[in-house]
Design a protein around this ligand. Structure first.
Ligand SMILES: Nc1nc2c(ncn2[C@@H]2O[C@H](COP(=O)(O)OP(=O)(O)OP(=O)(O)O)[C@@H](O)[C@H]2O)c(=O)[nH]1
Ligand SMILES: [Mg+2]
Length: 372
């Protein structure tokens, strides 16, 4: 029998195992055209917002890499602008062997409206230079609202020549949502074709669509980032940590010896501040995440007694977050920095400062020059 692939996620269609992507019943198999086949998993994600247990592995992505390596293609590398380092995957260039990369910072709708795009693009350039990574061009977009898509398409056509285009990047950065926008806006598709979800590993296989000149644009499975909180939280908890709307920054005046808790998921202690003991700090987290201020002296006791209630999510012991560790940042110049809790959010403050940032050890904590 000819192999058929799911139109929503690219998984190989099969009738044997309901627990795996690509499953359809024999009835569905008999009554749908192969080109319109949607697997049960995609159907349930789309219509019931269901989540399937996933296996955390990069095998799907590795298969894609093998294919890209064999051809001269244009790589459109997507990063989540809200979690640049967590979603950057520097190895993509070496893995694909391609020099021709366009960098797309997606989810710009989450950044506060007063932030200048030019500033973020400049910041991206500095980040790329630090990674020793060169790109043909960079752009910010919002796949949710279609912002800057005309410019993105112009860029793609300008640089691709006759080549195929691969949309690649970390899982959950919005690759499929970007391709859906392209299909709707420029290729006459009436509705969203590709399955999109808040859970990682939604897209399983390569899914290609012809562009106007006959070359193919491919959605691809994402690279799994094991440092995301999603692997430790239930879905309701995780949803509270993911920003869905423009982030409202909060300003805190903190003193030496004060602590902020970000739900029960991360913590920041002020050891010493900019002008002696006081520090002005701005937080950028999902508006649904509760931020609680306390004295550092009381912080451990508060965590013991109020985790799952005042300090939540998580909401129960079932959401067993791995052991916490802290990183101490002592910066002496007078530039503005972000302290980033990968996949959760960041705080901005001006040096000099000495702070401790805590999170479960699997979560990346790092500092960078302030993005905003
Ligand atoms: N706010 C906002 N959310 C977005 C945007 N683009 C994607 N998302 C959300 O991000 C989540 C992941 O989107 P997908 O398109 O499934 O991501 P993906 O990169 O294809 O993920 P995989 O298929 O798992 O590799 C979904 O909840 C989307 O609704 C955007 O521009 N803005
Ligand atoms: Mg996808």
């Amino acid at each position: 029998m000819k192999e058929i692939y799911c139109k929503g996620c690219g998984a190989l269609i099969q009738t044997k195992d309901q627990t795996l992507p690509g499953f359809v019943s024999e009835n569905i198999m008999a009554s749908f055209k192969p080109s319109n086949m949607i697997c049960q998993r995609c159907y349930r994600i789309r219509h019931y917002n269901e989540v399937y247990p996933y296996t955390v592995s990069n095998t799907d992505f590795v298969q894609v890499i093998e294919k890209i390596k064999k051809e001269d293609a244009l790589i459109v590398k997507i990063v989540d602008i809200f979690d640049f380092s967590g979603s950057f995957v520097p190895a993509i260039k070496t893995l694909t062997g391609s020099e021709d990369v366009i960098l797309v910072g997606n989810k710009m709708d989450l950044l506060p409206k007063n932030v200048k795009q030019k500033k973020i693009i400049n910041w991206l350039k500095i980040m790329l230079a630090q990674q020793g990574f060169t790109v043909l061009a960079s752009i910010l977009v919002s796949a949710k609202y279609g912002d800057n898509f005309d410019e993105l398409m112009e860029m793609i056509y300008k640089y691709k020549g006759k080549r195929n285009v691969y949309i690649v990047g970390c899982s959950n950065v919005g690759k499929s949502k970007i391709v859906n926008q392209i299909l709707k806006r420029y290729l006459g598709e009436p509705a969203d074709i590709l399955t999109v979800s808040t859970s990682p590993q939604t897209t399983i296989g390569l899914i290609g669509f012809p562009l106007l000149d006959g070359s193919i644009i491919y959605d691809t499975p994402g690279v799994i980032n094991k440092h995301q909180y999603i692997h430790y939280l239930t879905r309701p908890s995780y949803k509270l940590t993911v920003p869905k709307k423009e982030i409202k920054p909060l300003v805190f005046q903190l003193y030496e010896g004060q602590t902020l808790y970000f739900g029960g998921l991360a913590r920041l202690d002020i050891l010493s501040g900019e002008t002696g003991d006081k520090i002005s700090l701005i937080t950028y987290f999902a508006n649904t995440l509760n931020i609680h201020r306390t004295k550092t002296l009381n912080a451990d006791e508060l965590y013991k007694t109020k985790l799952y209630s005042l300090l939540s999510p998580p909401f129960s012991e079932a959401e067993a977050l791995p052991r916490w560790v802290y990183h101490e940042f002592k910066i002496r110049d007078n530039q503005k920095y972000d302290i980033v809790f990968s996949g959760l959010g960041f705080v901005t403050l001006r040096a000099p400062f000495c702070i401790r940032a805590y999170a479960p050890f699997v979560v990346g904590i790092y500092t960078r020059l302030a993005i905003i």
